[in-house]
Design a protein around this ligand. Structure first.
Ligand code: PLP
Length: 462
């Protein structure tokens, strides 16, 4: 299995190389050259398997021979051992024909743990075998940073530095980043916005001398290994509702298009998925694009579902690559136009996207209203991101096909919005109830590239 770039100009890589490098050298994203298929018989054989066994069968053909079967199975077992629910991704019923896939039972209470916990294990194994060390630097508006720290803390061949905007993440998110005591974890509170954090991160990747000297690696959602880990729960959920003998649809609260793109890969592998519905908050570039073909950036409007407050949806490039018949030059051209503010998707490509994807947008008021009514009529306390999904999933559900909406975070991660809507302040799960008592460790940093690079070099030299 080889991986190719969406812009057609970078060399093809193995799974392991694509995972360790993250972004392709031509600026593109890696995708598998061909999509492995699962027959109806293969899917039927998943009935009754544990989440870990399902994960092994779904991901194995993508991973190649860098990892043996035994090692790969062992890494999957370690990745999910710390989850607070035996089913890992339990499915609960909300209404007739509408189900909620709870993806928030991992160590940091958001779906990002599914991918991050696994790639922590895969990185460690690959680096140990190669006798290499890397420095992971990430920028976060909250959930990615805590998931990365939780996954990489204590691993021997990795230092992890996370830049977050000082004073602009929720208290739970901050404490999840600042309370791990392991020496290879470095939480950096930057004086600036999330865009400044992301900007300095990009500057480091473009500063090749620094990048090579610290062996910089990236684990944001453009890393193919993260998409792959998310394909698994589309299979486990659909199989619990009768796949391959019954079709299902999914609604996915979407920001960077990583999670929903994993659903598209599941469908391409042979899972009978009818519709994949993109649910956005008021930052609705994807909804506008799927409706009109215009992909135009505007300002980010901060919302109560902050993990979806983005204006450039990086994984959408992977969907465009397929919609344009895997023409890397056409994708490179669109991405050039994006730098100048936006592009128009061709009629043919828009039709190709609409064959799989629908979309909907939810206002702030409707999000709060959904948290309130889901609690009173469906018995479920939703986080604001999941509420955006449930609102759209309920509106787009069709009578003959079950709708599965992805619940992307635990309500206790966003207690203020949930309390405002429902009057209930959701408590943290028992296993992290002492989060507010643990000592914090954080370094305040200026929005200054040279100072950041010096700090990172000094820390890893110790
Ligand atoms: C990251 C995140 C999302 C958006 O996921 P994408 O893969 O970027 O589309 C939605 N909800 C929560 C809680 C998140 O942390």
């Amino acid at each position: 299995m080889r991986y190719i770039s969406t812009r057609g100009q970078a060399p093809s890589l193995t799974f392991e190389e694509a995972m360790l490098s993250g972004l392709a050298r031509d600026g593109g994203l890696y995708v598998p050259e061909t999509i492995p298929q699962m027959s109806a018989g293969d899917i039927r054989a998943l009935h009754g398997l544990s989440y870990e066994e399902t994960a092994f069968r779904v991901m194995r053909p993508f991973v190649g021979d860098g990892f043996t079967d035994e090692v790969f199975a062992d890494l999957i077992a370690k990745a999910y051992a710390g989850f607070g629910h035996g089913a890992r991704a339990p499915l609960v019923q909300l209404a007739p024909g509408h189900f909620l896939l709870e993806l928030f039972h991992g160590p940091t209470l958001a779906f990002k743990d599914f991918a991050m916990q696994l790639i922590g294990q895969l990185f460690q194994e690959a680096l140990e075998r190669r006798g290499e060390r890397v420095t992971i630097v990430g920028a976060t508006s909250g959930d990615t940073g805590s998931a990365a720290i939780e996954a990489f803390k204590g691993l021997e061949n990795v230092d992890v530095f996370i830049l977050f905007p000082h004073g602009r993440v929720s208290e739970v998110q901050r404490r999840q980043m600042t309370t791990p005591a392991e020496a290879n974890v470095h939480a950096l509170a930057l004086d600036g916005h999330f865009d400044d954090c992301q900007g300095r991160l990009k500057d480091m990747f473009n500063h090749f001398e620094f990048r090579d000297s610290v062996r910089l690696a990236g684990v944001n959602s453009i890393n193919w290994a993260r998409v792959l880990a998310q394909v698994v729960y589309y299979f486990s959920a659909a199989v619990s509702l009768g796949a391959p003998d019954r079709k299902v649809s999914f609604t996915v609260p979407t920001g960077n298009f990583g999670d929903i793109f994993a659903g598209y890969i599941a469908k391409k592998m042979g899972l009978p998925i009818d519709r994949l519905v993109v649910a956005t908050n008021q930052n609705d570039i994807l909804h506008r694009c799927l409706s009109s073909g215009d992909y135009k950036t505007s300002e980010v409007h901060p919302s109560i579902s902050p993990s979806m407050d983005i204006q450039v949806s990086s994984n959408f490039e992977r969907a465009l690559f397929d919609a344009y018949g895997r023409d890397g030059a056409a994708v490179a051209q669109l991405m050039d136009e994006l730098k100048a503010g936006g592009f128009k998707v061709s009629q043919g490509a828009l039709e190709a996207l609409r064959e799989h994807f629908d979309s909907g947008r939810v206002s702030e008021e409707a999000t709060l209203d959904t948290i309130r009514t889901a609690h009173s009529t469906m018995g479920e306390l939703l986080c604001p991101h999941s509420a955006v999904g449930v609102r759209v999933g309920e509106a787009q559900r069709q009578a003959d096909t079950p709708m599965i909406t992805l619940a992307t975070a635990h309500p206790a991660k966003f207690p203020d919005a949930v309390e405002k809507a429902s009057g209930i302040r959701p408590p943290l799960p028992n296993r992290m109830a002492d989060l507010y008592e643990r000592p914090e460790r954080v370094t305040r940093v200026q929005n200054d590239l040279a100072a950041l690079e010096t700090l990172i070099q000094e820390r890893i030299a110790k």
